[in-house]
Design a protein around this ligand. Sequence first.
Ligand code: WT7
Length: 712
Amino acid sequence: MAENTEGQFLEPRGEQVSEAQIAVHWREEGYVPPPAVFIGQANASDPAIFERFAEEAFPECFREYADLLTWDSYWHTTLDTSNAPFWRWFVGGRLNACYNCVDRHLATDRNKAALIWVPEPESADPVAITYQELYRRVNEFAALLRDFCGLQAGDRVTLHMPMVPELPVTMLACARLGVIHSQVFGGFSGGACGHRIADSGSRVLITMDGYYRGGELTDHKVKADEAIEAALRNGQEVDKVLVWRRHPGQYASRVPMAAGRDFFVDELLARYRDQVVPPVSMPAEAPLFIMYSSGTTGRPKGCQHSTGGYLAYVAGTSRYYQDIHRDDTYWCMADIGWITGHSYIVYGPLALGTTSVIYEGVPNYPDAGRPWRIAQRLGVTIFHTSPTAIRMLRKLGPEEPNKYDCHFKHMTTVGEPIEPEVWRWYHSVVGKGEAVIVDTWWQTENGGFLGATLPALQAMKPGSCGPGVLGIYPEILDEDGNEIKAGSGRAGNICIRNPWPGIFQTIWGDPERYLETYYRKYCKNPESKDWRDWPYFANDGAVQAADGYYRILGRVDDVINVAGHRLGTKEIESAALTVEEVAEAAAVPVIDELRGRVVEMYISLKPGVAPGKEIEGKVVTAIETEIGKIARPRTVWIVADMPKTRSGKIMRRVIASVSNFTDVGDVSTLANPEIVDDIRHHVQAQKAARGEVPRQLTPEEEAEIKAFGQAE
Ligand code: WT7
């Protein structure tokens, strides 16, 4: 280990898993070629495309993506780096995102379904919304936003909506006006929504009264009231709450509508019937939306995405990597409340004029055959989901796909590494061996894919996302900024050497944090205006095999990836600390067969407080209230004290090791080493009693656990 200075991100404090062990475990999977039928129809099947996007062609190569859009005025500068690393793409250009996703398709595809919405209750039929109908709805709602709410270009609006067609209608209506939308995942709590309202400075909240999930019509409006209160506590007043109704005319919530503040959209819309609102021509650099995501510190980061660069990038990657054609029926089973849904349910597919499916509910409702029934009924040709969903559907219904006449030409995965074994089930059972699989690595900050195979031209390799996508030049750096030899299979921090059109513009209201989090670490010269001096630090660990394919190892910034979604350790801990009895809190990841990682919470109590189930329950409630059910810890462990360094820092890696039954390493330098054995006995005995002993971890997983909590 001593002579190897590379791959330090995995072992920031010396010791731990050796590179050799990782290399041994890194068993090369064989290539799987794309089916000939796929190649025959692919959007990108001529290898000349690699020359067009070669580094020498950067940044002009991205004209090809921008040319997929309709511009009101063409740009004069493809990439302006004068205020590096605040990149400006397609400067001088003007366009409207809604026009590009709706209006321009009317001439040829007016009567084609833009969206097909599948309600969760299976007794309800799917609802197809044509481009013409989408146009009408978006215009009416844009008129309402403009005339009733007084919104105009540059204003921010928070959306807290479920998976219903009213969500893309709302987003596109905002885009039509140049209003910046900030959709908060519907599963987040009212409190979490309120913080985002305040951070973005929204004075309008758009929500829905309820929606179906797991067979229940949930009360969602109740969260709006909590959000308004939380926003107010954070200094932001909301003057209007627009409430779409899941069943127009029927109110699904038990909380009253606040007079003068809350309005039913279906009632208001009557005033705007058949109104047409001209799309506002926006500069390419105008923000299109904000999407919040988690990082090392407690506050979620509002990732600000541009109009021109973002839309060009999602259109281009949808075309080449998802192979979307206008006559496809494309279904991405993600939630629009995450970046995947923004880019690859709404903006990318609609910019290309295809049919995008929106499913309201959970994949296994009422059983694990549901997605395949939907695919069969709608004739879905492209299917897109996460490894967590695949693992779950495989566990619950390994034979289900065989029962249905569904045939995909293309299937995407996103959000987490996929185990080769799970990949093979996806390929042979879900895809029936007929589909290509594209494993897409990217992040909220990125707008679109960074690492993936170009499906007709690059063979698949289970477990690897593939090389950098067109126009993206990754590199792996060690902690000191030295490049880890390309193709060496050694681990380090994956960075992107160049900017790209889909990259976020800044963190809303906090440019300093943008610089600090993504660029400070590896910037070669802070005065430089040359993009080559500003590699983008993705905060992910990765290895690159000799063939150039990357394998993503996971976050290096104390973010826990639960079911493909980022949860910040600090956010969960701050939530636990709102419970009066809690003195200290530490959240750690535990390897989980289905969800990738789950959260376990360790707390110590204030002097004189007796431990008990009641406090554990309060901690769970606090986390659900502050963040949402997605962050619910699997277990809350009450301990007498936390293992700490002499300077008082909680050693999260030690408790993470306990929770995962891995070696805690050397604890002799701790201030209270004796506590470690106490915690271990207590926690592991209880876990053993519940049958919660995990399988043998892989060396990568072990390394992740041992490095956990070191990012501060
Ligand atoms: C983190 C980003 C934008 C996609 C949805 C999640 C992990 C993402 C992969 C993949 C291995 C992946 C990374 C990344 N990740 N895709 N194909 N293979 N890991 O977006 O919430 O911003 O999370 O998800 O660790 O940094 P996000």
